[in-house]
Design a protein around this ligand. Structure first.
Ligand SMILES: Nc1nc2c(ncn2[C@@H]2O[C@H](COP(=O)(O)OP(=O)(O)OP(=O)(O)O)[C@@H](O)[C@H]2O)c(=O)[nH]1
Ligand SMILES: [Mg+2]
Length: 299
């Protein structure tokens, strides 16, 4: 007589099985839909990234009309610029009058008046590429370039015309806030996986100007100037990340002056006092002259 009692139990268990099955199916369907939605979102994101990168490359001037920089083109350019093999070939690039030649002279331990020094002056002075040797770093050669003109030449054109791709390291020199052409040049180097550095020079002049403007002592002026610089770099960095997340470069701006470098290399104290003495000179010079140990020859 247990049968009538068992029937509802069996029916109940049957309903439960069907119910479980249906909710399992429903869950599977929901999960599949979620996966599809995530894949759709990911695809849209990668399409947007690709479009942004294409737009940025267009902005940099890297388009199909421009020549391709192949290994052969690079070798030819190295020959024409006087690249020294088995040396670290460093090129100084940037806008007109920012202090490129003065930096090169200081790094070579020369004053502008010394014979063989790079010509320095206040109006578009460097006309041709110049190669300079550094007495204490025989495996490093420095190249001084004519400054980028004031016309808005696309980064790629400037980079290509100056044959910057031929060098082992591009040092972007600037003296105030990073301009768009500075940033684009750095992005181009980054896109091409070419090592680059940024250096903000003429710190001594800026500190003196600051002291004059604020009618304060040099120590205070130095602090004010450095705060302004750090904030400026942070702002530029923020803008780069926001505008071009696809090619967000990390900028470390080295704050120096030509005199600061000369003093640092000659171990002489600054004649104008500690306030305008070295800032990032040591770090900049150390990175610049760092040469990887030569790879041991394999027999
Ligand atoms: N106060 C100060 N002035 C500097 C410094 N470096 C360069 N100058 C001055 O800035 C001017 C331009 O310097 P250059 O080294 O000729 O600049 P450049 O970038 O080589 O210029 P172009 O070859 O014309 O593109 C000169 O009058 C230099 O004396 C510096 O560190 N401090
Ligand atoms: Mg010059």
């Amino acid at each position: 007589m247990a049968l009538p009692v068992a029937i509802p139990i069996v029916i109940g268990a049957g309903y439960k099985l069907v119910d479980d099955y249906l909710s399992r199916e429903k869950r599977k369907r929901r999960e599949a839909e979620q996966r599809e939605e995530a894949a759709r979102r990911e695809l849209a994101k990668s399409l947007e990234r690709a479009n942004n990168l294409r737009a940025l490359l267009e902005e940099l001037g890297c388009n199909a009309d421009e020549p391709e920089i192949t290994a052969e083109v690079t070798l030819k350019a190295q020959e024409s610029v006087g690249y020294v093999h088995k040396h670290k070939n460093i090129v100084f690039a940037g806008n007109v009058n920012v202090g490129k030649s003065s930096l090169v002279n200081a790094l070579c331990g020369m004053r502008p008046v010394d014979s063989g020094a790079a010509p320095v002056g206040s109006s578009q002075v460097t006309k041709n590429l110049g190669r300079y040797e550094t007495p204490d770093h025989p495996r490093v050669v420095l190249f001084d370039t004519p400054g980028a003109g004031t016309q808005d030449v696309p980064a790629f054109r400037y980079y290509y015309d100056q044959k910057l791709y031929a060098f082992d390291l591009v040092v972007l020199v600037h003296d105030t806030t990073l301009t768009m052409s500075d940033i684009r040049l750095l992005q181009l180097c980054s896109y091409r996986k070419q090592p680059f550095m940024a250096v903000r020079t003429k710190a001594d002049g800026h500190i003196l100007n600051c002291a004059r403007d604020l009618e304060c002592g040099l120590e205070v002026a130095r602090q004010v100037y450095l705060e302004q610089v750090r904030k400026d770099v942070q702002d530029s960095q923020g803008k780069i990340i926001q505008k071009w997340p696809e090619l967000a470069i990390k900028i470390q701006d080295h704050v120096v002056s030509a005199t600061g470098i000369r003093n640092f290399l000659s171990d002489k104290p600054s004649s104008t006092g500690p306030a305008i003495a070295c800032i990032d000179e040591q770090e900049f010079v150390t990175k610049l002259f760092h040469v990887e140990a030569p790879v041991a020859a394999v027999d």
